[in-house]
Design a protein. Structure first.
Length: 248
């Protein structure tokens, strides 16, 4: 399994880069960083739009845009994963759609817990820089055992979320222990936040491997897209954790 999937992020696994040989200009680390910055700007731009709609006099004005961002982003993400060479087009579209979703979701949390959104943004970028520093200095190494552990834990969380969605959507059964603001709920969210942060290390490792392997230029967009997937997950989990802490 480790040979097939070096990262639990489906967008940044070894299969995505395997066989991608550059015949022209090759993928660079600086190019990937630049494109990640551009995607972040796309997210911020559309997030500001739905955030503003959420604070407009019209009730529920942001909901259609937010839901469109959720489902549209999911579809575009799947297309990008299966067609990496489309990433120069689909990665910005994904970022714009996810921004619509994040702006609306953040506004909902902000309405209940004032100040929580900016705290979540700050903690997300703080975590990103800390994990990047830890990776570059060798404090955290993406060893085979490390990768397998993160992959297994992430798969378990994904399965748990899927089961919870099915139970809640079809049978109206909730799991109050992990969703509540008690010790178990906060502990669970803290564990998921740490797990999302560790996925960043695997993402850094895979992007670096793509650069060293001479992947084609369009893989810069694909690498930036994959990193955005993890960052968005991390932000949402931090937002959820902070909301639980506020409820206490």
């Amino acid at each position: 399994m480790a040979n097939l999937m070096r990262t639990s992020n489906p967008a940044l696994n070894e299969k995505a880069f395997k066989g991608q040989v550059a015949f022209g200009e090759a993928m660079t680390l600086q190019g990937t960083v630049n494109k990640t910055g551009f995607l972040l700007l796309c997210v911020v731009a559309t997030a500001a739009w739905t955030w503003g709609l959420s604070h407009s006099p019209v009730p529920g004005a942001a909901i259609p845009w937010m839901m469109g961002g959720v489902f549209g982003g999911f579809i575009v993400a799947l297309v990008t994963i299966f067609k990496p060479n489309w990433a120069p087009l689909t990665a910005p579209i994904y970022a714009l759609l996810e921004g619509l979703a994040l702006g609306g979701i953040s506004a909902i949390f902000e309405l209940r817990y004032p100040g929580v959104a900016i705290q979540a943004v700050g903690l997300t970028f703080g975590t990103l820089f800390v994990m990047l520093l830890a990776y570059k200095t060798g404090m955290i190494r993406a060893t085979q055992g490390f990768k397998l552990g993160v992959i297994a834990a992430t798969g378990g969380i994904a399965l748990l979320y899927l089961v919870e969605m099915v139970l809640g959507g079809f049978f109206h059964i909730q799991v109050p222990a992990i969703n509540g603001s008690g010790a178990v709920g906060i502990g669970f969210s803290l564990f998921v936040v740490v797990l999302a942060a560790l996925n960043l290390v695997l993402d850094f490792d895979m992007i670096e491997s793509g650069v060293q392997g001479g992947a084609p230029k369009y893989m810069e967009w694909y690498g930036a897209f994959g990193l955005m997937v993890t960052l968005i997950w991390l932000y949402l989990e931090i937002l959820r954790l902070l909301a639980k802490a506020r409820r206490r």
